[in-house]
Design a binder for this molecule. Structure first.
Ligand SMILES: Cc1cc2nc3c(=O)[nH]c(=O)nc-3n(C[C@H](O)[C@H](O)[C@H](O)COP(=O)(O)O)c2cc1C
Length: 364
């Protein structure tokens, strides 16, 4: 049954309602984590363990949630994480997400496994705001020529960064998808991967079989240099959880480090991203921005991430839930809730601006 987005008060409300309205195959594809889903659960639970040692009497009458994100100002330190196949959640899919992100003035990262092309996504985003920011997520598959062509296409379309996902030498195993015989629905296309005569992803048992050919288990740090050389766009590395890898990523020329475990969909048992974040922040030592995703569901999570040294957070599933519940107005509402919660959380914690948030918020 259709629901007015205003009736949903939190990102958790969106999740609950989306799980009711989505058919089993997309619902399980979106919500799943790998294996026992321990990391998926921990991504959320670990945020909740961080206590907020708020300050009082600090004149928070004039507040702003604006913040620099990868060198440019955004309305809040939040980005939309790349999630594949958004047209399974709503026919408008990535176009709705692009317009809603542009309206909310936050960067959107487009999945290379999207159901809509980067050119169409850019057109949708810039129709709302000519200065809208889109970053292209990249998997390096075995066909390096196709990867380079996609990176160059993203640059030509007006993307201002590439986001190289490094946590996927093979696909994590999501058992619900195997049980459901997950396949890309008929009529839906993974547009960036299509080549005449090439595989389409419409076969296989579970996405780890259907899309095995889109990734390469042979990736090494040298591939970062290779991707950097294919365009002049900055490259953000997504999927780092360790200090030594974060350091190595910066040495390899990354313009940013996105601490992520793919929303608990890759190595189950990996630490919650909020646990990994401080190690990576320390290793990067301010040389490039550090972002984080995984389980961000509340404005208080945004101030927690800032207190631990992240420049911004990304949200993955909540955008899919927004699409599933109400299409574009649903994504508008998800981003508006987060921004409003952030504003109130800042006031209650004693901050007038995002830049004032420091580590002592999490304990004296
Ligand atoms: C359904 C789904 C599809 C995803 N597809 C991609 C993808 O194509 N590329 C990628 O780098 N990450 C992908 N991710 C991971 C997200 O970018 C992000 O890391 C994760 O969802 C963040 O956690 P959250 O969903 O708890 O916010 C996907 C996640 C989900 C849930």
């Amino acid at each position: 049954m259709a629901i007015a987005p205003d009736e949903l008060l939190s990102l958790d409300d969106f999740e609950r309602h989306a799980l009711e309205v989505l058919p089993a195959m997309p619902r399980d594809y979106y919500r799943s984590g790998a294996w026992a889903e321990t990391t998926l659960r921990e991504n959320r639970a670990a945020w909740d363990r961080l206590r907020l040692w708020y300050r009082v009497m600090r004149d928070v009458s004039q507040r702003t949630s604006r913040a620099e994100v990868m060198g440019r100002e955004a309305a809040m330190p939040v980005c939309v994480a790349p999630t594949a196949l958004q047209c399974m959640a709503h026919p408008d899919g990535e176009l709705a997400t692009a317009r809603a992100s542009a309206r909310a003035r936050v960067p959107m990262i487009l999945s290379s496994l999207s159901s809509t092309s980067i050119e169409d996504v850019r057109a949708a985003a810039t129709s709302v705001d000519p200065a809208a920011r889109t970053w292209m997520q990249i998997y390096i598959g075995r066909d390096r020529g196709a990867v380079r062509a996609l990176a160059q296409r993203a640059q030509a379309a007006g993307c201002d960064a590439l986001v190289l996902t490094v946590d996927t030498p093979v696909w994590g195993i999501r058992e619900r998808d195997i049980r459901n015989h997950f396949r890309v629905p008929d009529g839906m296309r993974i547009v960036h991967l299509e080549r005449p005569g090439g595989p389409t992803g419409h076969a296989g048992r579970g996405i780890h079989e259907a899309l095995a050919w889109t990734i390469d288990a042979g990736l090494t740090w040298d591939d970062v240099a290779w991707l950097r050389a294919s365009t002049s766009l900055p490259v953000i590395l997504k999927g780092i959880c360790r200090a030594d890898d974060a350091r190595r990523g910066v040495e390899a020329g990354a313009a940013g480090i996105l601490v992520s475990n793919h929303g608990g969909r890759q190595l189950d048992g990996a630490p919650a991203t909020i646990e990994a974040l401080p190690h990576c922040v320390e290793a990067v030592a301010g040389r490039v921005p550090v972002l984080v995703d995984g389980g961000v569901r509340r404005g208080i999570d945004v101030i927690r991430a800032r207190a631990l040294g992240a420049q911004a957070v990304c949200i993955g599933r909540p955008v899919l839930w927004g699409l599933a519940c109400a299409g574009e107005p649903g994504v508008d509402r998800v981003l508006a809730i987060l921004r409003q919660e952030l504003d109130v959380a800042m006031a209650l914690a004693g901050y007038a601006s995002v830049g004032e948030i420091t580590a002592d918020l999490l304990g004296p």
